[in-house]
Design a protein around this ligand. Structure first.
Ligand code: AMP
Length: 283
């Protein structure tokens, strides 16, 4: 596996592959890799000849009071995992390679409406940061295929809209959430959970399943379902940002007449802000 940190080297290597007629897949990450990230690599490898993984903790998507400096960074462990997985190229740009003009005043990309809902409401500017970095990285790598996790459901929708809205010539593929044995979605932020908090953290997935059971058994009292699960989580010590039942295609609030739902939750437990979601019916 080659490791590079500049756009120039990236273009050169990807250009060589293209010259050989090879297809290119891309998995953007913020590092501190776990099995969720590796699953994205594995899926990419099934469809293309070469895989590029980027690790970049994007300051533009963190709010001023968020965990940008504390975000776990484990570059050497990450590199060995990616090498074992057969990644061809690891792209590790520094902040000034990505934002040479600084964070303020540079060009940014905004995907309207959907970016202000749910996590966007609680993290103003977050999805502008996400859309901007993903747009930049896709322009830098110019892959045929880019792979993202369903764990970040709203992010996936923002990226799908970004790519279709700007007519970017890349296929977006999504991969189901990889979970711990007790159901907790794997996340780099799980390291913030204390030993005492860790078993409770799995209750976030439990709450999604309880809500899905209600919907599957025919209830359409969305307010009641949301209230029940918010109370359930609050009693366990979570501070719930939102628990919401939405249309899986556009993230609008669900209507009684609809048959497909995505249930989304964001909640703080100690230092960790956890997000998760579940589609209903599943599959
Ligand atoms: P991150 O490093 O957290 O920015 O995530 C990089 C990519 O990995 C994103 O597309 C995430 O949705 C995806 N991802 C993170 N955790 C998981 C997981 N548990 N299962 C599947 N994909 C994940």
């Amino acid at each position: 596996m080659l490791t590079i940190d500049s756009i120039a080297s990236l273009r050169k290597i990807v250009g060589q592959w293209r010259g050989q007629g090879e297809s290119v897949g891309f998995v953007p990450t913020m590092g501190n890799l776990h099995e969720g990230h590796l699953k994205l690599v594995e899926e990419a490898k099934k469809h293309i000849d070469r895989v590029v993984v980027s690790i970049f903790v994007n300051p533009l998507q963190f709010g001023p009071t968020e965990d940008f400096s504390a975000y776990p960074r484990t570059p050497s462990e990450d590199a060995s995992m990616l090498g074992i997985c057969g990644v061809d190229l690891l792209y590790l740009p520094a902040t000034n390679e990505i934002y040479p003009e600084g964070l303020e005043g540079g060009v940014y990309v905004e995907v309207p409406n959907i970016s202000d809902e749910l996590c966007g409401f609680f993290r103003p500017g977050h999805f502008r940061g996400v859309a901007t970095i993903v747009c930049k990285l896709l322009n830098q790598v110019q892959p045929d295929l880019a792979v993202f996790g369903q764990k970040d459901y709203q992010q996936l929708m923002v990226i799908q809209r970004l790519v279709s809205g700007l007519n970017m010539p890349v296929k977006i593929m999504s991969v189901p959430t990889v979970r711990e044995l007790d159901g907790l979605a794997k996340s780099s932020r799980n390291v913030y959970l204390s030993e005492d908090e860790r078993p409770n953290a799995a209750m976030i997935f439990k709450s999604l399943n309880l809500a899905a059971d209600r919907l599957n058994s025919g209830s359409r009292d969305f307010d009641l379902i949301v209230e029940e699960q918010t109370t359930f989580l609050t009693r366990l010590g979570f501070r719930v940002d939102y628990f919401s039942i939405r249309n899986p295609d556009n993230l609008q609030l669900s209507h009684e007449s609809e048959r497909r739902f995505v249930i989304l939750v964001a909640a703080h437990l100690g230092r960790a802000r956890l997000i998760d979601n579940l589609c209903c019916p599943s599959g």
